[in-house]
Design a protein around this ligand. Sequence first.
Ligand SMILES: [Zn+2]
Length: 177
Amino acid sequence: MSDEFRNFVSLLTYKDGTIHQGPIRYILVPASWLAGLGVEMENVLGASGAYVVVHTASEAAAKTYGEILTQLFGGMPPKEMMALVVQTARALGWGDIQLVEFNETPLTIKLRVKDTYLSGIVSEADEPKCYLFSSVMCVIQTLLQKAGVVSGALEYEETSCVASGASHCEFIIREQE
Ligand SMILES: [Zn+2]
């Protein structure tokens, strides 16, 4: 077991069929279920409708999670804090995420991800499809706001995606103008 996963598991408690990290409850679900949920939401709502639903639904949970991460990582230099957020997302199973760029002024963050939840499930899409990553972006936004790195909202763009045949997904995050 890798250290990053062991560290993450050491923060969890298990009681009567529920898994918790402080006030957050986790439920493990198959990645194929998440991928299927995304595809079906998009069929019903269209890509932008599905994205808005995920983003809005993520915000409340992301705020709580951002507060927990602030307690764990607050006070560290922002780049170090981001590296730990990436490590946490990896331990949660979001894929092989690497922080490939971090600039504080103006804020530019580039994340590269191998093996997102769509890997091996969707491969012939005509545009990037990993919008469930919006929840990770919401957590990053909360954390950077609480650390005083940014004051406003962040926006992100997925510039490359395994869903359209690329070898990895790439996300660029900036502060909204
Ligand atoms: Zn993707």
